[in-house]
Write a protein that binds this ligand. Structure first.
Ligand code: ADP
Ligand code: MG
Length: 257
């Protein structure tokens, strides 16, 4: 539920941020992992988050869909304050798709079954409609011929594309990706990045943690460099990746490029 006087979700969305984060802090015990993060993602924008291991990138993404509860600050997704006292977390999460490094498919379900199940259980879609949508999405991620395959029969790249189709089936307004290609053999990375590129071109709002600098350079509208739980710098990829302002960014890039 929203507070009195707050516009309904969807009202006046034009010009509003898809994701807006203010003063975000997150501690685990005495370890402050996010130390005041402010940024936004505009509708249709693709933002890539880069930075060293342990800098808080995953925690940031997990705060955006409330897999982690922020210690302080606000997280708004399409105008709805997820940190507000009366937010309907389940409804809010449905608008946010998440794809992880590990694909977490159900091993006992086919590709089709994996894309159908949440539509049935969460959205209560009738089976024929859920299957129609699942087939469409599996085709979109290049797996039309794999609908009947089980995860163990699929490559890592194919499993990750099923996971992307599964997230898309919920009709998200924002897609979060946390190092979606890091667990893949190098020859499988391109197919997954190709699907993500297609999504970006179709206008999906995306927040992507990645070490794939060529993807960030070519697809991101904006790159955010995080280190030590803060945003050190952000800007267009041509600036942040190719002409970084900060020594910490340069040091990181010299290790990954
Ligand atoms: P990144 O994704 O940039 O590698 P993370 O957000 O995963 O960084 O982690 C940042 C820091 O937060 C690390 O020091 C990590 O150990 C710590 N951390 C992350 N999740 C937890 C958790 N659930 N409990 C305790 N510490 C955590
Ligand atoms: Mg991480």
């Amino acid at each position: 539920m929203k507070g009195a006087g707050e516009p309904a979700a969807g009202a006046g969305r034009a010009g509003r941020s898809a994701v807006e984060i203010r003063g975000l802090r997150k501690s685990f015990g005495t370890n402050e992992v996010l130390r005041g993060v402010d940024f936004h993602v505009a509708p249709g924008e693709v933002v890539c988050v880069i930075g060293p291991s342990g800098s808080g990138k995953s925690t940031l993404l997990r705060c955006v869909n409330l897999l982690e509860e922020p210690t302080a600050g606000t997280v708004r997704v399409t105008g709805v304050d997820l940190t507000g006292p009366e937010v309907d977390i389940d409804a809010a999460r449905r608008r946010i798709g998440m794809v992880f490094q590990s694909f977490n498919l159900f091993p006992h379900l086919t590709a089709l079954g994996n894309v159908v199940i949440a539509q049935r259980k969460v959205l209560r879609r009738a089976r024929p409609e859920a299957e129609r949508i699942a087939r469409e999405l599996l085709e979109r991620v290049g797996l039309a011929d794999k609908v009947g395959s089980y995860p163990a029969q699929l490559s890592g790249g194919q499993q990750q594309r099923v996971a992307i189709a599964r997230a898309l089936a919920m009709g998200p307004e924002v897609m979060l990706f946390d190092e979606p290609t890091s667990a893949l053999d190098p020859e499988l990375v391109g197919d997954v990045l190709g699907v993500m590129r297609g999504l970006a071109e179709a206008g999906m709002t995306m927040l992507v943690v990645t070490h794939e600098m060529s993807f960030a350079r070519e697809v991101a509208d904006r790159v955010v460099f995080m280190d030590g739980g803060v945003i050190v710098e952000e800007g267009p990829p041509s600036r942040v990746i190719d002409d970084p302002a900060h020594a910490r960014t340069r040091a990181f890039l010299s290790r990954v490029l």
